[in-house]
Ligand binder design. Structure first.
Ligand code: UD1
Ligand code: UDP
Length: 364
């Protein structure tokens, strides 16, 4: 940073959960006159309901650059991102590159910056599922090891990084920016969302399900097992499914989409404000999403996770989520007995001020 000049930060985002995460930090950055944030959208997600709805609802400024990368194999998508981000970084010469989470956009941003010796700050650092087959796990490890400042949401994440030999002075425990967002936007969601009225859904009378994890969608057997479980659950209660485009594509390929649509309340992906309301008013949430697991805990809704492991270890330890894998009977059984634990800390993910702490560290 020049004396008397701006601290120039390039934020790189591209996928739905990153819009939710960056919204809280960008809001704090925009309040500081000595910081200039340049927003880069890789275009990894591009449908209105996967992208622009979040910019509109969460007051995220229009990106300065939209790289329009779109969908492809992991390497082609990441490679094209690297090339385009490289051009932006060379032109903009930022003081920091800020990346979020564990998607291909995260890895591309971190790697492009590290190759140009631009310091990288990683928000949501240190998470590990210890399942190397997950594309996200590889992205997390590589991004953390390319980063100069690692903002961790939990003590577990700090320990994971220290165990991998990352220097303590790079690690900053700040809490979870998704918690900040869920606190900040709840009131707006309550005022603006009419999703329950729109779909004539009664509070506390339905199961909410989101499924999109590659390990579940890419196996016909697993995806059918999960959706057959949801269909069985739907014989007793409404099951609302905002369907991720990846999952829609695979269900269609497996010739199963029509059966699913007949038995479940399938809707398009919804905006964040609607999603918070759907989560808050659900009886039980069934998901393989990282973010939705945490939001279930924020709103004290029992959560059944269709995975074998979670990077949010404290949710499992405290009983807030139940890991059941993809076996149909295990899913239906877990949903039938699901309850939120009576004694559980309200502050597993900080105090709702992670974004402020991140900006203070960047300025320091
Ligand atoms: C990505 C992230 C995942 C994250 C998820 C959040 C990686 C490796 N994965 O997974 O960690 O949990 O985002 O939702 O980065 N598609 C559309 N419209 C869109 C976007 C995608 O139709 O706007 C379809 C395309 O067919 C595409 C597929 O969804 O091939 C998957 O999209 P992609 O961004 O590759 O991965 P996600 O499954 O969304
Ligand atoms: N989300 C949303 N609409 C939906 C599904 C999810 O707004 O239809 C939000 C959800 O509330 C959370 C984030 O998207 O804040 C989670 O993203 P996703 O499940 O796609 O990815 P993950 O967290 O698994 O990486």
């Amino acid at each position: 940073m020049e004396i008397g000049g701006f601290l120039k930060i390039i934020t790189i985002i591209g996928a739905r959960p990153q819009f939710v995460k960056a919204s809280s930090v960008s809001r704090i950055l925009s309040k500081n006159d000595s910081i200039q944030e340049v927003l880069v959208h890789t275009g990894q997600h591009y449908d209105n309901e996967m992208s622009s709805v979040f910019f509109d609802e969460l007051d995220i400024p229009e990106p300065h650059y939209n790289l329009g990368i779109g969908s492809d194999t992991h390497s082609k998508q990441t490679g094209r991102m690297l090339q385009s981000i490289d051009d932006v970084l060379i032109k903009e010469k930022p003081d920091w590159v800020l990346v979020y989470g564990d998607t291909n956009s995260t890895l591309a941003g971190a790697l492009a910056a590290a190759k140009l010796h631009i310091p990288v700050a990683h928000v949501e650092a240190g998470l590990r599922s210890y399942n190397r087959k997950m594309p996200e796990e590889l992205n997390r490890i590589l991004t953390d090891h390319a980063s100069n400042m690692l903002f961790t949401p939990t003590i577990t994440a700090v320990n994971n990084l220290e165990n991998e030999g990352i220097l303590k002075n790079k690690i900053k425990l700040v809490g979870d920016v998704m918690y900040d967002s869920s606190v900040f936007f709840l009131e707006r969601a309550q005022l603006k969302s009419n999703i329950l009225e729109l779909y004539k859904i009664q509070s506390q009378s339905y199961v909410l399900a989101t499924i999109h994890r590659a390990e579940n969608t890419n196996s016909q057997q697993k995806l059918k097992e999960i959706f057959n479980a949801l269909i069985e659950i739907a014989s007793n209660t409404t099951v609302v499914v905002p369907l991720h485009p990846r999952t829609r594509k695979y269900l269609k390929n497996y010739d199963f989409l029509d059966s699913v649509k007949k038995r479940l309340f399938v809707i398009n992906p919804v905006g964040y404000l609607d999603m918070l309301m759907l989560e808050k008013h659900a009886n039980v949430i069934v998901t393989d999403s990282g973010g939705v697991q945490k939001e279930a805990y924020f709103y004290k809704v029992p959560c059944v996770v269709t995975r074998e492991e979670t990077e949010w270890a404290e949710l499992e330890k405290s009983g807030a989520v139940k890991l059941v894998g993809t076996c149909k009977n295990k899913i239906t059984e877990a949903v039938s007995v699901a309850s939120f634990p009576g004694t559980i800390s309200d502050h597993l993910y900080g105090k709702g001020n992670a974004s402020n702490l991140i900006v203070s560290h960047l300025l320091a």
